[in-house]
Write a protein that binds this ligand. Structure first.
Ligand code: FAD
Ligand code: DLZ
Ligand code: SF4
Length: 520
């Protein structure tokens, strides 16, 4: 009897639950490069090349581990289109009698997996994805009955469960759960910043880059200066370099932004963790070991571990808890498409130009660039949260719906009305100016609210609160904004509104709205 084990592009882990306890002699692992996954959003070409190359390398790792792998390539003569069609062909090829698969990372693909048993008439076992620390049931049990399921309390549960940074007496290491207050330093551009390691493209990656260049000519995104790891061995090297060189300062400068420095002290490990090359818990244990060995300060170790066992796990829990309709939530009723400079970077708002250009080169931006520059601006101009989400799905190497959606539609765009974030993440230029060097080189003045040189973030900020007063005024976290706004006086208010309206009228709307993607 042949068992077929489909392994998806974000399941690149040798210890995957669907492979556990299988008899290698009777099992065929099926990996499928399919056009539907490449094209269901307008992917950045670097993201496509990364996933395809990591998949091809993983097939080699599986074979070296004794598995038989049936690998379907995108350039196969029959032009593979989707997972279900490919699975049907593979069942016939191998006369498979059973399917075992690890659950998918998003509702769309999970629905496919769940349709297979009825469609193909053979048993399909869907196993939990236990690369995550909290199971669905655990998260649901934690969230049940809480009006306000905030991340911080979930995080403390995960600390207790894993024992990470806990004392023998069951107390948080250092006496506090969270050292975030120490993580808000701005940074001088001449401070030493370690370079991330670079992994030049091997033959397989070069092949994939050629394939992406020829097949996806309509797509954008830099394929040159390849530096990404595509194997677990190289991803582990990237992990070690981060732990050695950047982690000790990770906490201090987590929110800082510097022109031309895309990495600073961030890990750049999310693509490897999310596709399965790195194991999140193993990484956190290593961070803890280094803290205990005196190599890393507590604020850095705690800050990093919180991102992984706190934020990452919490976002996944929210995604599955919120259901397949979460993507259509739009609490603020925003309908505008993103301006086309989100695809070109051509704008005179320097913070946006820097973050967008960097994104189209590296398919990477760090958290504050995503939240407080591109996300902040999209929210202030009233962009459709689903369109915003799809843009992030396109451009970032680490984007998979389970993690992107709660971060974009939830945390960044307040589309869920406050399930993930208790207030909208918007700011004036003051925040960007404090945390970056972008404003110094900008044609706009971060200190002015109205006038030809006034930074657009300033009037848009007040315009945002003004137009959403009915919904937001009762929120205790933003009530003070309305007190400040009301102190402005009618003339000033009218000038700010006019300034923002005039700016909004200059924005175009890109052809890529939420309805412009096939298959969504
Ligand atoms: P580091 O700063 O080094 O952080 C360490 C790790 O913590 C990351 O690798 C990641 O695994 C985890 N992490 C930190 N914050 C979060 C978070 N909010 N949610 C989940 N994991 C987190 N992260 C993604 O993995 N995929 C996405 O598609 C994604 N989209 C985002 C969209 C928006 C609008 C925002 C505000 C955040 C988004 N994030 C996303 C979260 C975060 O920005 C990225 O995880 C982080 O920038 C990845 O870079 P890094 O590996 O250098 O992270
Ligand atoms: C994102 C992606 C892309 C671009 N291509 C493929 C592919 O050809 N084959 C594959 O198995 N997976 C791919 N992926 C990742 C899937 O979209 C991802 O596994 C699903 O979204 C489930 O989370
Ligand atoms: Fe961005 Fe305004 Fe600063 Fe220019 S002045 S970089 S637009 S925040």
């Amino acid at each position: 009897m042949t068992i077929l084990v489909p392994v998806l592009g974000d399941q690149l882990s040798l210890g995957l639950s669907s492979l556990r306890d299988q008899d290698r002699a009777r099992t065929v692992v099926l990996m499928m490069e399919v056009a539907d996954e490449a094209r269901y959003v307008r992917h950045h070409r670097r993201k496509l090349a990364y996933i395809l190359s990591a998949m091809r390398h993983h097939a080699g790792a599986l074979r070296a581990d004794g598995w038989t792998v049936d690998y379907v390539r995108l350039d196969a003569p029959h032009a593979p289109s989707g997972f279900t069609a490919e699975l049907g062909l593979a069942i016939e090829r191998h006369a498979a009698e059973r399917i075992v698969v690890t659950e998918a990372g998003e509702w769309r693909v999970q629905a496919m997996l769940e349709s297979w048993e009825a469609r193909f008439g053979i048993p399909v076992e869907i196993r939990p994805d236990d690369r995550f620390i909290a199971s669905h049931a655990e998260f649901e049990a934690w969230a049940e009955g809480r009006d306000n399921p905030v991340m911080e309390f979930f995080y403390r549960e995960q600390r207790r469960k894993t024992g990470l940074l806990m004392t023998a007496a069951g107390r948080p290491e250092g006496g506090r759960w969270n050292y975030d207050k120490e993580n808000r330093k701005a940074v001088a551009a001449d401070l030493f910043m370690p370079d991330p390691p670079r992994f030049p493209p091997d033959e397989i990656t070069q092949d994939v880059i050629r394939l992406v260049r020829t097949r996806f000519q309509e797509l954008d995104g830099n394929l040159d200066e390849w530096d990404l790891a595509v194997t677990r061995a190289d991803a582990l090297k990237a992990q070690a370099a981060f732990l050695d060189e950047a982690l000790p300062s990770f906490g201090d400068y987590q929110d800082a932004m510097v022109t031309g420095a895309h990495r600073m002290w961030h890990s750049l490990l999310s693509p490897y963790i999310n596709s399965g090359l790195l194991d999140p818990l193993e990484l956190c244990r290593e961070v803890e070991r280094r803290y205990r060995a005196g190599q890393v300060p507590l604020n850095a170790a705690e800050g990093f571990i919180r991102q992984i066992i706190g934020w990452r796990e919490y976002m996944r829990g929210i995604y599955w808890l919120a259901g397949p309709d979460y993507i259509d939530r739009n609490a603020l009723g925003h309908v505008r498409r993103l301006p086309s400079f989100y695809w070109t970077g051509e704008t005179d708002l320097n913070c946006l130009r820097q973050c967008l250009t960097q994104t189209w080169v590296y398919a990477y931006a760090h958290h504050i660039q995503r939240l407080m520059v591109t996300g902040n601006f999209a929210l202030l101009i009233g962009a459709d949260p689903k369109a915003v989400h799809l843009w992030y799905m396109e451009v970032y190497l680490d984007a998979y719906e389970w993690v992107t959606l709660p971060n974009t539609l939830g945390m960044s765009q307040f589309g869920d009305g406050g399930l993930v974030g208790t207030k909208p993440y918007v700011s004036t230029a003051a925040y960007i100016n404090r945390m970056s060097d972008y404003c110094g080189a900008c044609r706009y003045d971060p200190a002015q609210r109205v006038g030809p040189d006034a930074c657009p973030f300033n009037s848009l900020y007040w315009h945002f609160f003004d137009r959403h007063r009915a919904l937001l005024e009762s929120n205790p976290r933003v009530r003070n904004m309305y007190r400040s706004w009301d102190r402005f006086g009618d003339d000033t208010k009218a000038a700010v509104r006019a300034q923002a309206d005039a700016f909004l009228a200059t924005l175009d709307e890109a052809p890529y709205g939420p309805e412009a993607r096939p298959g969504i």
